[in-house]
Design a protein around this ligand. Sequence first.
Ligand SMILES: [Fe+2]
Length: 197
Amino acid sequence: MEETTTLESGLTRDEAFALLTQYNEDPYHVKHALTLEALMRRFAAECDPSNVEFWGQVGLLHDLDWERFPEEHTLKTEELLAEAGASPELARAIRTHIFSHDETAPRPQAKMERMLFAMDELSGLINAAILVRPSKSVRDMSLKSLKKKFKQRSFAAGCSRDDIALGAELLGIPTDELLSLGLEAMRAIAEEGGPVD
Ligand SMILES: [Fe+2]
């Protein structure tokens, strides 16, 4: 049903980006936000084309409060977004991405929310895998190599394999298919000169 509704975030992309950089100084955090934005825009273009901007802002702002208010993760974002005049739907979508760690957070329902959850940890794993490649790039990373990194839990141990598998389950696809989807999208973003190496 959500595919036919046009969602308004209440913010322009410039306002959303200004908010991100107001609360995030760590370049890694900004890059992670831009990566999720690029991924979300890409998937929205495929499955919810009237809401590309909304999906993009969900990706861009999903960790808005993480750097300065980690103990209030997503709740502080809700407050900051309300102050900035954003629509409550934006905060709700963002709240869902911590559902596996916080039972007070709503469960992802919309495809957008499921995709955010699935891509958050997976993009982290792919980024960690990029760093150990001789090319330092995703462009020549094979699915086989990513699958190996996924299985090797000591590698980038902070990236929750359980959350990645749960993300695939939420999307109704096998984990290997999610790995492939994420890798292809990250590769395409890198090829286009986006925020992925
Ligand atoms: Fe994140």
